[in-house]
Design a protein around this ligand. Structure first.
Ligand code: FES
Length: 104
């Protein structure tokens, strides 16, 4: 199991998110109510980037057609997507945020 350092915890303000690139894929890292989560940045509806969307009630809304995904689990919450997106393990080492490499 490989853990990748992506940022320090204070680089990500509460209730904000940022995109990190791991190899050829993008992952959205969220700080939600002072806990950290990571999901893939590819909408399961039509492959759009989810990261430009608004967040509300623990969900991110795909800016292309409005599908909603749970920030904590990647589960789909609203059509037009019907499948969730990948969710990655997150941990904090000191003040460094790490995520589990998606391909491990
Ligand atoms: S690409 Fe995300 S809702 Fe269509």
């Amino acid at each position: 199991m490989q853990w990748i350092s992506v940022c320090t915890t204070d680089e990500l303000e509460n209730n904000q998110h940022l995109v990190v690139e791991l190899d050829d894929m993008d992952v959205i890292v969220f700080r939600l109510d002072d806990k950290f989560y990571a999901i893939e940045d590819i909408c399961s509806h039509d492959g759009g980037k989810i990261s430009g969307g608004m967040c509300e009630n623990g969900e991110i809304i795909c800016p292309r057609h409005g599908a909603r995904f749970c920030i904590k689990t990647g589960a789909v919450k609203s059509p037009p997507a019907y499948e969730g997106v990948e969710c990655y393990a997150v941990r904090i080492e000191g003040n460094t945020l790490q995520i589990q490499h998606p391909r491990d």
